[in-house]
Design a protein around this ligand. Sequence first.
Ligand code: OSB
Ligand code: MG
Length: 374
Amino acid sequence: MRIDGIILREIHLPLLRPFETSFGVTRDRRIVLAEVQSEGLSGWGECTAGEHPFFSGESTDTAWQILLNELAPMLAAASPEHGGDCPRIFHAVRGNPMAKAALENAIWDLEAQREGISLSRLIGGVRESISCGVSLGIQSSIPELLATIEHELAAGYQRIKLKCKPGWDLEVFEHVRERWPEILLSCDANSAYRLRDEEHIVKFDAFDLLMIEQPLWHDDFYFHSVLQRRLNTPICLDESIRNRRDALAAIEMESCKIINIKLGRVGGFSEAIAVHNAALERGIPVWCGGMLESGIGRAHNVALSTLEGFTLPGDVSASARYWTQDIVEPEVTVSAEGEIIVPDTPGRGYETRTDLIEKLTVRRETVRAMAHVA
Ligand code: OSB
Ligand code: MG
């Protein structure tokens, strides 16, 4: 496909309420969007880097720089036929997976539009609806958390994930389990513990958690495998899994029994599908993580979640949980049964609200292929 232009925008989108994890609080999102124009069509991608390099080494500003000065010029000079061509096009740039994913996912969207099929169909998805869970940030009190859980369960969500850290763990689980002994419940530490906390983490086993997500270092496999041997509760890795090789290493070392797949963290659909396939072949269940995405990233997450191996409810939930108004039309909605119906229209399946995006834009750059002068 001929790339006619790549428009990078940074939008500011205030969250309805602050989201607190063990590494910090997010109030307002600064999101980089990539629009790739080709032969009359526009493909869209979202960069899931955070405002600060706290989840991974990337941030909104580093991604903007790498996209503008490195990746977008590379893509503009290439003629990709498929989203799957992008890893080769971006090969010279080390790291920066979230920046790469913004462009690669836009090409997958374009490819689906050109083929006249949904993104889910294009990647080989097998589901017409996906199962949804919610990720609940650290709250200021236990009663406040219990009220939030009550609200999300009433809305139909199938699994509750609690962000945790030392001081916001056992007592919280105890109160939640006392009230809801049967629900699917998990926790996510975002690397808040160390191996010396082993005796403490073993106590999590009493609460019948579906999994403990990323308890130890963000870049570790070995010490998670040591911890997993001491735990009955499955460990799920998020931060540690950057690609298929990492997934293979983690599975072989028994560092985890479940994998969270995030499009941005692994660099886009190509690698996300490769991680999924590696896990599926080895009987390791996967689910789709979230990064407080706007509707564009959310639409890509919906498509990814339709692959066969996504057998656990993901962190893909309704737009209305995050934003007063989302930048897509229709917004992403969740049924009373906690399911998102997968769109079957060509491409991402959710239209971009370009007027609203324009209003929210704080910076914008266009990258075009260098004109070839005869
Ligand atoms: O670790 O899954 C995580 C949000 C920001 C950074 C990391 C994580 C999260 C979430 C939120 O858990 C999931 C969502 O609702 O988008
Ligand atoms: Mg996580």
